[in-house]
Design a protein around this ligand. Structure first.
Ligand SMILES: Cc1ncc(COP(=O)(O)O)c(C=O)c1O
Length: 403
């Protein structure tokens, strides 16, 4: 078993059990230290100044870009655009590529299980361009039948958008297969890697996607920093997203030309300390080893899932197999509203999530109003899981039910 809890200042010396890592992961000391060192030793506006601090800030920022490029196996660092988060990355693609390239009659295919961040930007792009939004349905366990996948991609499809790992099911989706289908009709493929980046070694070339986005805060990095990867040719063709300082080549009174990619997409002062923190988080995960992290998460998920399956009033959504959850256990308890579930867990000093998980169309598809979700990550241990199961086992009686 990994024993990484000690690396996380917030978890030291507390009995709080943190099981909401799919929302935001905790940060190890080395991430805070990397940001502190940047702020203490070289804080200055990067990419602008001609003095040592600014040049060092630029170097640190660009080194972080290289680390992110290696992390997703990009061909070159310029294919990485720093964003605030996954949501911003997806909006960037929608406002630039989609609004420029979609036409009436075109179709954008999304899946029914997408996080709102990978749905609303496509609703907007379709509204503005006259394209049509189509949905790929999954079954109750979160599986996309092969036939449905094939049928959903047509000659009219121009863009396919799929989460790599759903924040409700935790299952790894067939992104590679969908990318193949998309490309067979000349469409592009967007992969939302918000939930997979913390768990799976990403390889954009192997996945065969055209765009991939993720957030730093879900993989032990800071909030307010994320990344978009896209193929270079696409980034070169796309118009800018936000306009202002630092993203230009030349400006006249009434026109402007754009800086080279990726700076064309990074308008205004960038989040350099965030990028440095993200780099430290990536290095932390790489040192622990993504495979080692996954075996640890899977072992704990199995312990939790077995305990949950033994409780007659508890229903876990998705696979019965722990390794198909990426540490995410979404569940309902008969007769207890998810908000009450979360409140009772909170009174036991256990943090879980309750609600629609920003996936309202999926909740409707599954026929549930809302659900509770516990999510396990690298700093959790068996005691955390056992505390979670103890609370869960007594939850109904604490709500006044007889057994
Ligand atoms: C699958 C998925 N996509 C997108 C997001 C949005 O991430 P952010 O809020 O960091 O933009 C989340 C966050 O929960 C997510 O789980």
């Amino acid at each position: 078993m990994l024993d990484l809890r000690k690396d996380f200042p917030i978890l030291r010396g507390t009995d709080v059990v943190y099981l909401d890592s799919a929302a935001t992961a905790q940060r190890p000391a080395c991430v805070m230290e990397a940001e502190r060192a940047f702020n203490d030793e070289r804080n200055a506006n990067p990419l602008r100044g001609l003095y040592a601090w600014s040049m060092e800030a630029t170097e640190a920022y660009e080194r972080a870009r290289q680390t992110v490029a290696d992390f997703v196996h990009a061909r070159q660092p310029e294919e990485i655009v720093f964003t605030r988060n996954t949501t911003e990355g997806l909006n960037l693609i929608a406002y630039t590529w989609a609004c420029t390239n979609l036409r009436p009659g075109d179709e954008v295919l999304v899946t029914v299980m997408e996080h709102h961040s990978n749905l609303l930007p496509w609703q907007m792009a379709c509204e503005r361009t006259g394209a049509t939004l189509r949905f790929l349905e999954c079954d109750q366990r979160g599986v996309f039948p092969e036939e449905a996948m094939r049928a959903a991609v047509t000659e009219r499809t121009k863009l396919v958008c799929m989460g790599h790992v759903s924040n409700v099911f935790g299952r790894v989706n067939p992104v590679e297969k969908m990318a193949e289908l998309a490309h067979s009709v000349g469409a592009l493929m967007v992969c939302d890697a918000a939930q997979s980046a913390p768990h799976i070694a990403l390889d954009v070339q192997k996945l065969g996607v055209d765009f991939l986005v993720f957030s730093g805060h879900k993989l032990c990095g800071p909030m307010g920093i994320g990344a978009l990867w896209a193929r270079m040719e696409l980034l070169e063709d796309m118009p800018p997203f936000l306009r202002g300082g630092e993203m230009i080549e030349y400006v006249t009174r009434d026109s402007a030309t754009w800086a080279e990619v990726p700076h064309k997409f990074e308008a205004g002062t960038v989040n350099a300390s965030g990028a440095v923190g993200l780099e430290a988080a990536i290095r932390y995960l790489q040192t622990a080893g993504l495979e080692t992290i996954e075996s640890h998460v899977n072992a704990l998920t199995e312990r939790a899932l077995k305990g949950m399956q033994a409780l007659p009033h508890v229903h876990v959504i998705g696979s019965e197999n722990a390794v198909e959850h990426s540490g995410i256990l979404t569940f309902t308890v008969d007769g207890v509203h998810p908000h009450d579930i979360a409140a009772i867990f909170d009174s036991d000093r256990i943090c879980i999530r309750a609600g629609h998980h920003c996936a309202q169309p999926l909740m409707k598809h599954l026929g549930v109003g809302s659900t509770a979700r516990a999510s396990i990550y690298l700093y959790n241990n068996e005691q955390d899981v056992d505390r979670f199961l103890e609370s869960l086992a007594t939850l109904r009686s604490r709500m006044g039910y007889g057994e």
